[in-house]
Design a protein around this ligand. Structure first.
Ligand code: BGC
Length: 352
């Protein structure tokens, strides 16, 4: 079931809405999304005694999302998520230039022009909502007349998100969702006690400017080893160059078992809050997962007047590896008329 309520107004006067999706199952989840940026604004998930709490950081007033670029709360980020070395995109025989908005590099396309800042078209049905957003050739610095689609669908305690994009020219597409989770409830304090398990035997080390060096490094023996569940806080302040480059965790992990032909997601991460018992299992068809412990979230006032700070949430961002065009050996996020973009992420909630 989907209910629609007014949520805010774009600077040009167009209204945007809040879509609440739930299949009504006892023990199920309720998901809220908005057509501004195809953004996830909230997920109510049950704890081990069935109490529902919103586990996604965000804002009560829709218009606060218009100024969302600093932290990208819940947003669909693209066409180019994460860092692109020198903002340089060699694709289809030409080189395109993304804004150099983090030193010489690009982060998340553009704060004002990215997909997170656009008003998407919406089509709601019984099980969910499909959002669509067109980008003309050259928009956001990238080639191709493109159509991006994101479908949010809820079945019991699972949110399934399907991304599709088509383009009439070869182009670069690396989408992600940027929801920040706190399984004890948004605004409830530190997430350093949350336990994380990653199906990742390797990660991509980065330089001081957060650009992957191209190395694929085994996690064994490093603070990045989450192959068995480990509290986020255990090694977050380890004396380690990579930890200091990220000011904590802000790194791409190489999720085991990537298969470009796969049509169903594989489990990438299991996040568990031992206090509430809430567990989030994230599955994806994508090769990488950026783990970001919100290290740079400054004091920010979110839902219910809650103040948000660093390390009070964790973003789990499925994506192609950052700067993949510049690094041999990284899967290239290049799509075009003969190769549409498709990715599926599932957020499966449970409690134990
Ligand atoms: C990046 C962080 C950045 C955040 C907000 C994350 O995806 O990895 O470094 O601060 O997005 O822009």
């Amino acid at each position: 079931m989907v209910t629609v309520t007014p949520f805010g107004t774009m600077p040009d006067g167009r209204p945007f809405s809040l879509y609440e999706i739930s299949d009504g199952t006892a023990g199920g989840i309720t998901v809220r999304v908005t057509d501004l940026g195809a953004t996830i604004t909230g997920i109510d998930a049950p704890d081990r005694s069935g109490t529902l709490t919103d586990v996604v950081l965000g804002f009560d007033e829709g218009n606060r999302y218009l100024d969302n670029a600093a932290a990208y709360f819940g947003a669909t980020v693209g066409p180019s998520a994460n860092r692109t070395l020198d903002g340089r995109v060699p694709v289809g025989g030409s080189v395109y230039q993304l804004p150099q908005n983090e030193g010489p590099n690009n982060l998340h396309t553009d704060p004002a022009q990215g997909l997170h800042a656009q008003l998407w078209s919406a089509l709601a049905d019984n099980d969910g909502v499909t959002f669509a957003c067109a980008a003309a050739d050259g928009a956001c610095g990238l080639p191709g007349n493109r159509l991006f689609m994101v479908r949010y669908e809820v079945r019991e305690a699972t949110l399934r998100v399907t991304y599709r994009a088509v383009s009439d020219a070869e182009t670069f597409i690396n989408l992600t969702n940027h929801a920040y989770f706190n399984l004890a409830g948004e605004g409830s304090g530190s997430v350093l006690g949350h336990e994380l398990e990653l199906k990742a035997r390797a990660f991509t080390p980065q330089d001081a400017a957060h650009i992957p060096t191209g190395e694929i490094r085994p996690v064994a023996g490093t603070p990045f080893d989450f192959t068995v569940p480990k509290a986020l806080g255990k090694d977050i302040d380890a004396n380690d160059e990579q930890i200091s480059f990220g000011s904590g965790y802000d790194h791409n992990f190489c999720i085991d078992g990537f298969n470009a032909e796969a049509t169903e997601p594989r489990v990438a991460a299991v996040l568990h809050d031992p206090v509430s018992g809430r567990t989030l299992t994230l599955a994806t068809t994508l090769p990488g997962l950026q783990i970001y412990t919100g290290n740079f979230v400054g004091e920010e006032y979110g839902k219910n007047g809650h103040a948000y700070h660093g390390r009070e949430s964790v973003a789990l961002e499925p994506q192609y590896y950052p700067s993949n065009l510049a690094r041999p050996g990284f899967e290239k996020a290049v799509f075009g008329p003969l190769k549409p973009y498709c990715a599926i992420n599932e957020y499966r909630f449970s409690a134990r």
